[in-house]
Design a binder for this molecule. Structure first.
Ligand SMILES: [Zn+2]
Length: 207
């Protein structure tokens, strides 16, 4: 499967063609500009595609893990829930998710609704890695509970350009570095390209 092509066709991801100055680039909800955009809801809304994505992810993860089998698959809410659940279903193991909680240490990802035993082997699945914070916080909170987080994290799209999450290795169906620029320092704007919200303007983006 050519995931870049497939995801591009259905609005999951877009990456700037720097030679096309007629086309627009991405205005993110943060107000920053970018040469890329990811929307994994376009996968999550299609259960058959979620199943295909999970099968491919399991294959990549297994190449790293070898004979080691997880007992649970965990993803951070909300983005990774659908995918972690399907990976768990296909592996025939249990599933849980972590969710945002505001603590004295700031915004954390904690497991509120599930009870995974100490020492259980857990595979972490995430939809997209931008900064990687939600996956890192998920790993930290599980390890604090004495849970054995496996050394590989499965991602659908890694847009960070960094193949690690702390001491874990990252495998991703799509690896593509997407840069983020502040509105007043955007080098793409300087080429004459317009910044637009990708949702609703998909066909305007420079390809
Ligand atoms: Zn711009």
């Amino acid at each position: 499967m050519n995931w870049v092509k497939k995801f591009g066709e259905i609005g999951v991801m877009w990456k700037l063609n720097p030679d096309n100055h007629e086309g627009a680039h991405a205005l993110l909800t943060s107000g920053n500009h970018s040469d890329g955009f990811v929307n994994c809801s376009k996968i999550a809304e299609d259960p058959a595609l979620v199943s295909e994505v999970a099968t491919a992810l399991i294959e990549m993860v297994n190449e790293v893990l070898g004979d080691v089998k997880p007992e649970y698959v965990v993803g951070p809410a909300y983005g990774a829930i659908t995918f972690a659940h399907e990976v768990a279903r296909q592996l025939g193991v249990k599933f849980a998710f972590t969710e945002v909680a505001y603590t004295d240490e700031g915004k954390m990802q904690i497991m509120k609704r599930f009870d995974i035993p100490k020492g259980a082997r857990v595979l972490v699945i995430e939809d997209v890695k931008s900064t990687g914070m939600s996956a890192l916080k998920t790993i930290a909170s599980l390890e604090e509970l004495g849970i054995d987080v496996l050394p590989v994290v499965g991602l659908i799209i890694n847009r960070s350009g960094d193949p690690t999450l702390g001491d874990k290795k990252v495998v991703a169906l799509v690896d593509v570095k997407m840069n983020i620029y502040p509105e007043d320092g955007c080098s793409i704007c300087k080429t004459g390209s317009e910044a637009v919200r990708p949702k609703g303007n998909w066909e305007k983006l420079a390809r």
